[in-house]
Design a protein around this ligand. Structure first.
Ligand SMILES: [Zn+2]
Length: 196
């Protein structure tokens, strides 16, 4: 088994000073990805990879693969895989009851009240759809819908309390070796954004 940190990593400077890398999984995924790029560059030519690089690699790998655990509110038997958004002009309508498993996608879409419902995979990389590129910061920053999306992800992934400790424990629980079959299923889930 690879690297597993002992505890949360708290930043001591920058945009997110005094926040932990674990909390940023929900709050600012774009920042974590940008940091990994920056840290890897800084590590180049050094004998040892820095602690923060290892921590970021560990965390982002888990976030790429972690699966939701909530039960589908429609069939009440399988775990959820998608959530529905409806876009009306600039406004994105969604809530934590608009989730479904693989088999209930049509039933969920039938509940749509507007013409263009879209199903989004419940996978952390899909969160980036709700981010906007900020030229000044040179990275993706959370867009206006992110509060609602966070609520949905918390419910889908069984994250009850959000603090340094609980987020670290949740990530640690998910850090286990990734088998090849699990990995290929994940890729499919992430790439498959279904539009109707
Ligand atoms: Zn279902």
């Amino acid at each position: 088994m690879g690297y597993v940190p002992d505890g949360p990593y708290v930043l001591n400077s920058g945009d997110h000073a005094n926040e932990s890398l674990e909390l940023l999984a929900l709050n600012d995924l774009g920042f974590l990805e940008q940091q990994l790029g920056i840290r890897r560059k800084k590590d180049k030519g050094k004998k040892e990879v820095s602690e923060i690089t290892k921590h970021l690699e560990w965390e982002l790998e888990i976030l790429k693969n972690v699966k939701p655990t909530a039960i589908c509110p429609i069939c009440e038997s399988r775990t959820v895989r998608y959530f529905m958004i409806q876009t009306i002009g600039e406004y994105t309508r969604t809530d934590e009851n608009h989730m479904c498993c693989l088999g209930c996608r049509d039933k969920l879409l039938e509940k749509a009240q507007f013409e263009n419902p879209t199903l989004i995979p419940l996978a952390f990389p899909a969160m980036k759809r709700f981010y906007r590129y900020n030229y000044k910061k040179r990275r993706l920053i959370p867009g206006p819908t992110i509060k609602k999306i966070k609520k949905i992800f918390k419910k889908a992934f069984g994250i009850e309390k959000v603090n340094r400790k609980t987020m670290f424990e949740w990530l640690k629980k998910e850090s286990r070796p990734i088998t090849l079959s699990r990995f290929s299923i994940d890729l499919e889930g992430i790439q498959q954004v279904i539009r109707y």
